[in-house]
Design a protein around this ligand. Structure first.
Ligand code: SF4
Ligand code: SF4
Length: 141
């Protein structure tokens, strides 16, 4: 997916120079992302650079522009025909499509009815667990 900027943007101007695809520009009221140029930074970096620097976390994925990593990589090639993509992002593009929901890749094999094992809370001095509130104690079956 391309990313988009919500109306929580404070026009701080930090993200625009960080975009390797020149996909960010000042719109009528706030900064905007051109979905035709945003690759989620695939081909350049492991993480979206605008998201990394935004001080108010107002850059979510754009559900109107669903794209797989391979499609994002193809967009990178279209935008930068004379450049090679960064190896790490190429590997990501060869993996599962971004649209696959997390549950489909859950590490519990075919038995998805299994619940994750609750982490063990180490006991403090004297057998107490001072950092664990009563409500957070694992339920017994
Ligand atoms: S995710 Fe990357 S390519 Fe997309 S707008 Fe942000 S900085 Fe630019
Ligand atoms: S970094 Fe965030 S708040 Fe600043 S201009 Fe970009 S989207 Fe808006």
């Amino acid at each position: 997916m391309a990313l988009w900027i919500t109306d929580e943007c404070i026009n701080c101007d930090v993200c625009e120079p960080e975009c390797p695809n020149d996909a960010i520009s000042l719109g009528e009221l706030i900064y905007e992302i051109d979905p035709g140029r945003c690759t989620e930074c695939v081909g350049h970096f492991d993480e979206p650079q605008c998201v990394q620097v935004c001080p108010v976390s107002c850059i979510p994925v754009n559900p109107a522009h669903v794209e797989t990593p391979a499609q994002l990589l193809a967009k990178f090639v279209r935008l930068h025909p004379d450049r090679s993509p960064a190896p790490a992002t190429t590997a990501a593009a060869a993996a599962e499509p971004a649209s696959v929901p997390p549950a489909a890749t859950a590490p519990f094999g075919a038995d998805r009815s299994r619940a994750p094992v609750a982490p063990t809370v180490p006991s403090g001095p004297g057998g107490k667990s001072p950092s664990t509130p009563p409500s957070a104690a694992p339920a017994r079956s």
